[in-house]
Design a protein around this ligand. Structure first.
Ligand code: NAD
Length: 292
């Protein structure tokens, strides 16, 4: 018997997208412009192509302008930088997203650091990382924002909770930690060198797993009643020679103990693009000095 609550990321992402569409319509009627997102794709990585297509479709569905700039895998770093520079200077473009991974001969850090911080809808630019930690208005990375929205869907105030973030990457773990600190959690960041990680996790009222190890977090790691947010997306062998997706959390075991838990798929995954759309609107407002 289980009494946990499954957090429905698909439904919550749909609500976020509806909010974005309303705000886009409001901006158009109040200020006479439509926010726009430009996505740059270099090469033919199949997963990246799917992501870029989905981002474009959802951007248009929310009423915003969407542009795709596709470059061949052999494109030089200078060519990628030239496109970013052009988009930086185009006032119709409010958000710029360079799809990762970039080909090896292109320095991803250099490209990302060239994006105008106010158009950096991925929130990866060091200026935005700094603004996040300082507590200024900024563009926050999408998957971390989505993870915190899901946690708050079951506990509107996270204040005072012991939160354990597993993983310290720049794109997930660290920004999640910054956001949870902003929510007044007591935050612990666990990582590959953490000792007795199981006992660290056991103290958590809120666990965010962003590791990339299939089903690492077991049922007996989780404190009864804890909120478990699973960011992991791992492809493992499934039935009949097919692959299936699992998270970084052993779902069935943890669901028996947790108070609320996100599934994979259908948890954090759908939130990422929804939060990207939200960031594009926020970027447009920051650029035009529109409050709220
Ligand atoms: P990463 O490889 O950059 O970072 C993994 C982190 O896990 C590192 O900081 C490392 O210290 C930590 N780690 C590694 N082994 C560990 C161990 N044994 N114990 C504790 N910590 C350990 O990965 P990432 O980019 O942060 O992504 C993490 C997971 O989230 C992946 O499964 C990825 O596919 C997924 N992801 C999902 C979304 C989404 O939209 N839902 C977005 C980004 C990443």
């Amino acid at each position: 018997m289980t009494n946990h609550r499954v957090i429905d990321g698909k439904a919550i992402a749909a609500e976020v997208r509806e909010g974005v569409a309303r705000e886009v319509a409001r901006l158009e009627s109040a200020y006479g412009f439509r926010p726009g997102l430009a996505v740059v794709l270099v090469g033919e990585d199949p997963a990246s192509k799917v992501y870029v297509k989905n981002k474009g479709e959802q951007t248009k569905a929310s009423g915003m302008n969407s542009w795709e700039h596709k470059l061949p895998a052999e494109a030089s770093e200078a060519e990628v930088l030239a496109i970013v520079d052009k988009l930086n200077r185009d006032p119709a473009v409010n958000g710029i997203l360079v799809q990762l991974p970039l080909p090896k001969h292109v320095n991803a850090e250099k490209v990302l650091n060239t994006i105008d911080p106010d158009k950096d809808v991925d929130g990866f630019h060091p200026v935005n990382v700094g603004r996040l930690w300082v507590g200024e208005r900024t563009l926050v990375p999408c998957t971390p924002t989505g993870s915190v929205i899901l946690a708050k869907s079951v506990a509107p105030s996270l204040a005072g909770m012991n939160a354990v973030v597993i993983g310290r990457s720049n794109i997930v773990g660290k920004p999640v930690a910054a956001l949870l600190l902003r929510e007044n959690c007591t935050v612990t960041v666990a990582h590959s060198r953490t000792r007795n990680i199981q006992s660290v996790v056991k103290g958590a009222d809120l666990v965010v797993a962003a590791v990339g190890i299939p089903e690492m977090v077991r049922g007996d790691w989780v404190k009864p009643g804890a909120i478990v947010i699973d960011v992991g997306i791992n492809r493992v062998p499934g039935e009949a020679g097919k692959t299936k997706l699992v998270g970084d959390v052993a779902y069935d075991e943890c669901a028996r103990v947790a108070g609320a838990i996100t599934p994979v798929p259908g948890g954090v995954g759908p939130m990422t693009i929804a939060c990207l759309l939200q960031n594009t609107v926020e970027a447009a407002k920051i650029q035009r000095g529109i409050k709220g």
